[in-house]
Design a protein around this ligand. Structure first.
Ligand SMILES: [Zn+2]
Length: 59
C-alpha cells in the first residue's frame, strides 16, 4: 500500500495511515488518506504459490 486507491495520493506520508493486519490468509489494510479523507479497508487475498524448481544438473 503506497498509494491511495481513491485519489492516488501517496500513503507513506505521516498524515496518512496504513495498518496492515492478517485474518487467516487474508491481508487487510486499514487505510486513511489525508489527501482525500478517504478511509477504508482493502482486502488482499494472498496466494502462496509454491513452484518446484527442477534442479538442473551440469552435465
Ligand atoms: Zn486519497
Amino acid at each position: 500500500m503506497r498509494f491511495c486507491p481513491h485519489c492516488g495520493a501517496r500513503m507513506d506520508v505521516p498524515q496518512s495511515l496504513v495498518v496492515e493486519y492478517w485474518q487467516a490468509e487474508l491481508a487487510l489494510f486499514l487505510c486513511y488518506c489525508s489527501a482525500c479523507q478517504w478511509q477504508g479497508e482493502i482486502v488482499n487475498q494472498v496466494r502462496v504459490v509454491v513452484s518446484e524448481l527442477e534442479e538442473e544438473g551440469e552435465s
